[in-house]
Ligand binder design. Structure first.
Ligand code: P6P
Length: 337
């Protein structure tokens, strides 16, 4: 049996895939790998030590911060700051972007946006959670502190994006615009090993992922699509299946492999949608498209949206091409209500 190919080896093999030189990407993903291993270790102990549960503070979203949210945020920022590729990080857990001021970050070319621990409210009930990251080349002059414009770039300017899913196994899935590749953590080696090369999302599927508890408050087009899924049998094998974990990374990862669609529409509770454009929708949309899927806000391609605020929310639909096409037929038909 062939020796496992580690993430580091794979990046060097694919060095032409990253236009900004594989050494830079390797170093950047290396820091993400390190932080992922550290967070993975703590998540796996969460039930054993007093590190679960809320710490009594709220993040900028007004959501109770879980201890592991803060822990993950600290570890990813520290790992990114310790390499000379990144000059600043914007995180769901921080009100403002964090500028790295050490000498080694001074001439760094990249900024990172992240949700350090998405779905963290699931930790106490042992449900998969994830880290989502998005990497841009800075546009302000190298050697100066990064500015807001570096972080407010449209998703079509991402140079890399990915997620870590802390589930039955821990995986790192990323893209640099040349396909989507998945690596499974092997604790016995301490390495992420290639397990899913060139991931492709099936063009259609039978899984729809949405919080149907908000159904009554959804736009009519979304309601009609959900009813369509409930009343139609897409093929002789099986009807549609509703699967919703309440953890974007876990729901997206399953749909990426099996085929399916994830919906987080606008609603009265979330008039602009709940998911954040910069560090949830954009990186997941990049991955979706690179795997042959589609990601929109119900009208426009997510990756073409022009950001205006660091923590802005957006309605988010992502999934198999044919399922997204059917959704859009309903959204267009019932666009006025
Ligand atoms: P709801 C987690 O907070 C998250 O951002 C996504 O990971 C998840 O898909 C969604 O929100 C869950 O939101 O309103 O269904 O609980």
């Amino acid at each position: 049996m062939r020796e496992p190919r580690t993430l580091g080896e794979f990046i060097i093999e694919k060095q032409n895939d990253f236009p900004h030189a594989s050494g830079e990407l390797s170093s950047l993903l290396g820091s993400i790998k390190l932080a992922a291993k550290i967070v993975n270790r703590e998540i796996n102990k969460a039930g054993l030590v007093d590190i679960t549960g809320a710490i009594g503070t709220e993040n900028v979203q007004g959501e109770d911060q879980q201890k592991l949210d803060v822990y993950a945020n600290d570890k990813f920022k520290a790992a990114l700051e310790a390499r000379d590729q990144v000059c600043g990080v914007a995180s769901e857990e921080d009100d403002e972007a964090v500028v790295f001021n050490k000498q080694l970050n001074k001439n760094a070319k990249y900024v990172v946006l992240m949700d350090p621990l998405d779905g963290s409210s699931n930790i106490d009930v042992n449900v998969s959670v994830g880290t989502i990251f998005s990497i841009y080349r800075r546009i302000s002059p190298i050697g100066t502190p990064p500015t807001e414009e570096d972080f407010l770039q449209p998703g079509n300017k991402q140079v890399a994006a990915g997620y870590v899913i802390y589930g039955s196994s821990t995986m790192l899935v990323y893209t640099t615009g040349n396909g989507v590749h998945g690596f499974t953590y092997d604790p016995s080696l301490g390495s992420f090993c290639l397990s899913h090369e060139s991931m492709r999302q099936p063009e259609t599927g039978t899984i729809y992922s949405v919080n149907e508890g908000h159904y009554i408050r959804f736009p009519m087009g979304v309601k009609m699509y959900i009813k369509y899924c409930q009343e139609n049998v897409p093929n002789e094998k099986r009807p549609y299946t509703s699967r919703y974990i309440g953890s974007l990374v876990a729901d997206f990862h399953r749909n990426l492999i099996k085929g399916g669609i994830y919906l987080y529409p606008s609603s009265q509770s979330y008039p602009e949608g709940k998911l954040r454009l910069l560090y949830e929708a954009n990186p997941i949309a990049f991955l979706a498209e690179q795997a042959g899927g589609v990601a929109t806000d119900g009208k426009k391609r997510i990756l073409d949206l022009e950001p205006t605020e660091l923590h802005q929310r957006v309605p988010f639909f992502a999934g198999s091409k044919n399922m997204m096409q059917k959704l859009h037929e309903f959204l267009e038909t019932f666009s006025d209500n």
